[in-house]
Design a protein around this ligand. Sequence first.
Ligand code: PAF
Length: 297
Amino acid sequence: MRIIGKVAELQALADCERAAGEKIALVPTMGALHAGHLSLVETARERADRVWVSIFVNPTQFESAAEASRYPRDRERDLQCCRDAGVDVVFAPEPDEMVDPANQTWVEVGEVARPLCGRSRPGHFRAVATIVAKLLLAAKPHLAVFGEKDYQQLAVIRRMVRDLGFDVEIVGAPTVREPDGLALSSRNVQLHPEARRQAVALVRALDAAEGAVASGELDAARLLARATAEIEKAPLARIDYVELRDAHSLGPVPEKLADPALLALAVYFDSPERDAAEAVRLIDNRVLDPRRASSSG
Ligand code: PAF
């Protein structure tokens, strides 16, 4: 496995691989790799000849420097995970290779980036879109794989690729879950054990809303109330948002759902011991499809 830290070296390798007819898949990550990332690697492997993983903790996409510094990092473990998974190249640049405070150019996606995490974390998607654009320009992949847990991020990246005409296929891969249903996330290791136990409230909220739709409930307000009630059963949970959005545009939904709707959750989990400023923010989502509603419900 080759480890590359410089953009120019990665671009030169991409040119060689492309000239030799090899298909490159990129899996962009911020490290702290877990089984969810490895499933993205598997998806990449099924579709390409070369699997490249980028590991870069993008300092510009956090709410604060403190949050960025708390983000879990374990370079040697990540590299070993990549070796074990048969990754061909790891791109692991130093921060100054990717982020130059003198830069004057940002990629700003419109409507689809505004609600949900875009409203809670101003500047977040601008930072994500910019770094993903730079990663795509560096790796020149034929395809890039992202997890559906970050549903809005995936929508923002798809929109950026479409609007700017990047010659790359964006592939979404399903969320991988712990046996109790908690979506895998690099942030899960930061949860206090009691908060980790309570974090299962997220998947319970999604299941409750999905079950309600299956039995014929299509009233958006009542579905949101069902999901919220599940989360509120967890005393350490503080809701950032619980929202229904059009699954395609992320625009508002009608009072009665008619088309597939995204139920999106963002919840802070406090620790019984630590400062609230160190709460861990988890997100999860599910697409609720009214076509699966039973007419008898
Ligand atoms: O999802 C992530 O890990 C990050 O947001 C990404 C796409 C690697 C950009 O920094």
